[in-house]
Design a protein around this ligand. Structure first.
Ligand code: ZN
Length: 315
């Protein structure tokens, strides 16, 4: 790891200098690409009619409501999908992200008469920015997606060879995790890395269910695990990485007081964590900003944050 970058990163934190932090290599491994850009860029694309997300939201319900009304309703064609993906990649480059794992919902296939056009758009963007960023497309879907849709949209994405990982998100239901089991198994056979949202709203048991049913490599959020020594033990035993998003947790009400964010407890229990933005459009805080926030809150010191930064750059 580059020593000069380590020095610059720690200086950036101590001086509260965002520009320095942006210059340092970082990874972003929990990001959703239809909401991965700043509001200003999104609103310009939306013709100036977009509404900004509220500063505090009532969990996944209000989050989904916003995404449905402000984002999904505006997606009409192939160019719209291309814009959202490319803008997310450009935003990550601007923040000094060198490895970007961002989920693209498999339902986006609906907007393409030819499946191959969808895959080509993604590959084109990957190639266009390859000098600046290692963009690793991830296929995503809601945990509650029906079997019919999984067969119709997820399977072609898994088989395309374009996606390097899989993630599912939204309402955490045991039925949903159970339904996904065979699809995750298939994704594994095809060489994809497995991730899942679990424990986002502090329900430790969901983390256990997701780990045991889906046999994932990484958990998105997973902060619920901090309340259970048993589940933290399970995470360590399986060497799972937890991709944490502090501002998202606070704004959606999962964490009431950000000064007590469970990332600290997870870290103290030797769990590998990374720090991520989740949805830049909604939470308005990139990875560099998240690091600075955690430093200013006094949750971690500069050496600990540097260690966490490197976790997202590990292959
Ligand atoms: Zn997420």
């Amino acid at each position: 790891m580059n020593r000069a970058e380590e020095i610059l990163f720690k200086e950036g934190l101590k001086e509260e200098n965002l520009l320095k932090l942006k210059k340092v290599s970082k990874g972003e491994v929990h990001n959703h690409c239809s909401t991965g850009m700043r509001f200003s860029a999104f609103n310009k694309w939306a013709g100036g009619n977009a509404i900004q997300a509220p500063k505090r939201m009532d969990g996944v319900r209000e989050l989904n409501e916003y995404i449905f009304n402000e984002v999904n309703k505006r997606i009409r064609n192939e160019e719209d999908i291309a814009f959202l993906i490319e803008e997310t990649v450009k935003e990550a480059i601007e923040d000094g992200i060198k490895i970007l794992e961002t989920s693209i919902d498999c339902h986006e296939l609906m907007n393409f008469t030819q499946h191959n056009n969808f895959f080509q758009i993604i590959l084109h963007i990957k190639d266009k920015y390859k000098e600046h960023i290692d963009f690793r497309p991830e296929v995503g879907m809601a945990i509650t997606t029906s079997r019919e849709d999984l067969d119709k949209y997820l399977i072609p994405c898994i088989e395309s060879g374009v996606f390097m990982s899989i993630d599912s998100y939204g309402e955490e239901t045991t039925d949903g995790y159970k339904r996904l089991k065979e699809y995750y198994k298939y994704a594994r056979e095809k060489g994809l890395k497995l991730k899942v949202h679990a424990g986002q709203f502090m329900v430790a048991e969901n983390v256990r269910t997701a780990i045991e049913l889906l046999e994932v490599d990484e958990i998105q959020h997973g902060i619920g695990a901090a309340s259970s020594d048993y589940i933290m033990g399970l995470i360590k035993e399986r060497k799972l990485r937890l991709n944490v998003c502090p501002s998202s947790n606070y704004i959606l009400g999962a964490v009431k007081d950000i000064r007590n964010h469970p990332a600290r407890r997870l870290f103290d229990n030797d769990i590998t964590i990374t720090i991520n933005s989740d949805d830049l459009l909604l939470f308005d805080s990139g990875v560099s900003q998240e690091f600075l926030l955690l430093y200013k809150l006094g949750l971690f010191d500069e050496d600990e944050l540097n260690e966490i930064r490197k976790n997202a750059l590990a292959l």
